[in-house]
Design a protein around this ligand. Structure first.
Ligand SMILES: *[C@@H]1O[C@H](CO)[C@@H](O)[C@H](O)[C@H]1NC(C)=O
Ligand SMILES: *[C@@H]1O[C@H](CO)[C@@H](O)[C@H](O)[C@H]1NC(C)=O
Ligand SMILES: *[C@@H]1O[C@H](CO)[C@@H](O)[C@H](O)[C@H]1NC(C)=O
Ligand SMILES: *[C@@H]1O[C@H](CO)[C@@H](O)[C@H](O)[C@H]1NC(C)=O
Length: 364
């Protein structure tokens, strides 16, 4: 390689020895410089593509990730079941368990807070999961406003080279796209009807996507051929929604599914620059929700296929190095401060839920 002699010279000059005294240290130094040059070239080209680069070396990982799960307005149904209580928001436990099963801890994120709350919290956590559910995006200080703060702050962090992933599931995915569409009226989604377990129809180039490039072949085959993804939505994002709002450049579609009337909706997407991901289906339900009449797929194969998504996301969060000050501070925020309620026995579609008091009782 032509680079080698030149690099050797630099090492030589740096070490102040003459050319005759080529030492092992020199070759070691040369290799180091060439590695640095290679890294520079790689980083340079990735930058041109616009992908967010992790500041630390790519093999450094945070194996104690803590992930924020966004709460949402208390469901009408649960409200009728706890008339005496002042619960105003909730998180379905299935999302928490799905994150925990991938090796992360969870911090609940409250709605109805000002920007500084989200800003401070996001400096301590390693990613945010925006769950599904049922709430309006037009209520002030709710799920959508909190989502807007989180998305804006996550972009600022990533733009500054501070890797910060977001994963949106079902309503959380729709929220990401609607926020990216400028929250116009009407909202940039269409009515549809999908309450089935469906396969994914992957796009032609899905294997080069961030989400699926490392997915095991057996997982892909299950997702492609079996009815393992749980759908429960009356709105869809279709290709046309991305086109009409100029989102196709930054949001890459990786799979579609069809609703009950044959409408082809987007089942999975990812942002091309930021580590932001969305799925219309519910990876958390197959292992952690049990309402009988919903017929969630809970075969070993379905569990395995659905497991993939949080494993992927938590791995993304391992690239973030935010931390709490210390274990004592972690302990103030983590979801273990709350006890889930057995809401399945009350008829809720969620088997267990965390229910939160008037917005803002969480520390911080
Ligand atoms: C709900 O809030 C009201 C008004 O602040 C309070 O009087 C009541 O004790 C609260 N209920 C519970 C169960 O905490
Ligand atoms: C929000 O949208 C829903 C559904 O379109 C509507 O029923 C409700 O009145 C709206 N609320 C506000 C505060 O605009
Ligand atoms: C799968 O998607 C491709 C486009 O990505 C489309 O051409 C094809 O018809 C779809 N197949 C099914 C079975 O929906
Ligand atoms: C999309 O881009 C086109 C061309 O740049 C522009 O005319 C149009 O207003 C944009 N639409 C939206 C919704 O931003």
């Amino acid at each position: 390689m032509i680079l080698q002699p030149i690099v050797m010279d630099i090492c030589h000059i740096a070490s102040g020895r003459t050319r005759r005294w080529l030492t092992a240290a020199d070759s070691w130094c040369a290799i180091l410089i060439m590695k640095a040059a290679l890294l520079f070239v790689v980083v340079y080209f990735l930058r041109c593509e616009g992908a967010v680069i992790v500041k630390t070396t790519s093999d450094a990982v945070n194996n104690r990730p803590i992930i924020g799960v966004l709460s949402q307005e208390q469901s009408m149904y649960l409200h009728t079941k706890y008339p005496e209580e002042n619960y105003t928001s909730y998180i379905a436990s299935s999302y928490v368990k799905d994150v925990e099963a991938s090796g992360a801890r969870v911090v609940p994120i409250m709605i109805g807070k000002d920007r500084s709350y989200y800003q401070e919290l996001m400096q301590k956590i390693n990613g945010v999961l925006m769950p599904g559910g049922a709430t309006y995006f037009n209520q002030s200080d709710g799920f959508a406003d909190a989502g807007q703060h989180i998305l804006d702050i996550a972009k600022e962090l990533n733009d500054a080279g501070d890797y910060f992933p977001i994963f949106g599931t079902c309503l959380g995915f729709e929220l990401l796209i609607i926020l990216e569409s400028g929250r116009g009226d009407p909202e940039n989604r269409i009515r549809c009807y999908s309450y089935d377990n469906l396969p994914l129809n992957f796009t032609e180039d899905f294997r080069s996507s961030k989400m699926f490039k490392n997915a095991p072949e057996d997982v892909i085959n299950l997702l492609k051929n079996e009815d393992v993804t749980v759908n429960a939505h009356q709105f869809c994002i279709v290709d046309e929604n991305l086109k009409s709002h100029n989102l196709t450049e930054h949001w890459r579609v990786t799979s579609h599914s069809d609703d009950l009337y044959g409408v082809t909706f987007i089942a999975s997407v990812e942002h091309t620059r930021y580590p932001f991901y969305g799925v219309q289906f519910h990876p958390e339900k197959s292992a952690f929700e049990w309402k009988l009449n919903k017929h969630y797929p809970s075969s070993a194969e379905a569990i395995k296929a659905n497991r993939y998504f949080m494993d992927f996301f938590v791995n993304e969060c391992r690239k973030s190095f935010h931390t709490f000050e210390n274990a004592a501070e972690e302990n103030q925020y983590v979801i273990y401060n709350y006890e889930p309620h057995f809401t399945g026995v009350l008829g809720s579609a969620y088997h267990q839920c965390y229910l939160f008091e008037p917005r803002g009782t969480v520390k911080g």
